[in-house]
Design a binder for this molecule. Structure first.
Ligand SMILES: [Zn+2]
Length: 77
């Protein structure tokens, strides 16, 4: 099964940027539900600035936690 550790750079793509991700060093992991992973969880990376944004791609975030490569692994179906 393919898997990937949460990104080291921020995945947040502001509205109207056509999916262009921020790319700043990530300090938080944004935990979301997903039907694309085996465990139903998706771990996205956030810099401090983007972690504080309300709405947009953050509207689906369940929890924001300190980024941890040993725990935040996306298990792709
Ligand atoms: Zn960012």
């Amino acid at each position: 099964m393919a898997h990937s550790v949460v990104n080291s750079t921020c995945n947040y793509a502001p509205a109207n940027t056509y999916g262009h991700e921020c790319g700043a060093p990530a300090v938080f992991t944004a935990i979301q539900r997903s039907d694309r992973t085996a465990d139903g969880m998706y771990f996205g990376a956030r810099c401090a600035h983007c972690a504080a944004i309300k709405g947009g791609e953050n509207s689906r975030v369940i929890r924001l936690v300190p980024r941890d490569e040993s725990k935040h692994i996306n298990l792709w179906r």
